[in-house]
Design a protein. Structure first.
Length: 147
């Protein structure tokens, strides 16, 4: 089974490029434009990984992470944020809110693939260590904390 990746990106050209890279790597990709659509898709499709732009039309990447982490159904989903600018405060802020990794633009496709692979393997190992928690989360009621 191919791993499912939810891509949150509003820019059509970046979305097309990322989708191409992810498709060629064998991932099943679903794209949405904003945080509200992302939360709905996450609750329905349960992706293995979320890749989000750091700036979305309705939330920034840090706010998006807070929403994901506060929802019992989505809290354990790995999150990779694509940031447009450099700076330790940006990366530290992302990590403090629970972002699993932050990749600065522009980046090489091989760097994206490597980070995705690391995050997916880490999550697979974590799930293997906590099957009872995974079963509980799968049966939890769907909640969206976006108003």
């Amino acid at each position: 089974m191919n791993e499912k990746i939810l891509l949150i990106e509003e820019d059509p050209s970046i979305k097309e490029l990322l989708t191409l890279i992810l498709d060629r790597s064998g991932y099943e990709v679903t794209c949405v434009d904003d945080a509200r659509q992302a939360i709905e898709k996450m609750c329905l499709d349960k992706p293995d990984l979320v890749i989000s732009d750091s700036v979305l039309p309705d939330l920034d990447g840090v706010q998006m992470c807070r929403v994901i982490r506060s929802n019992t159904l989505t809290a354990g989903t790995p999150l990779l944020v694509l940031a447009s600018h450099t700076g330790v405060p940006t990366e530290l802020g992302a990590v403090k809110t629970g972002v699993n990794d932050c990749l600065l633009k522009p980046f090489e496709p091989k760097d994206l693939s490597l980070r995705i692979d690391i995050l997916l393997r880490r999550e697979q190992r974590a799930r293997a260590l906590r099957p009872e928690l995974a079963a509980r989360a799968a049966s939890a009621p769907i909640q969206s904390n976006l108003s």
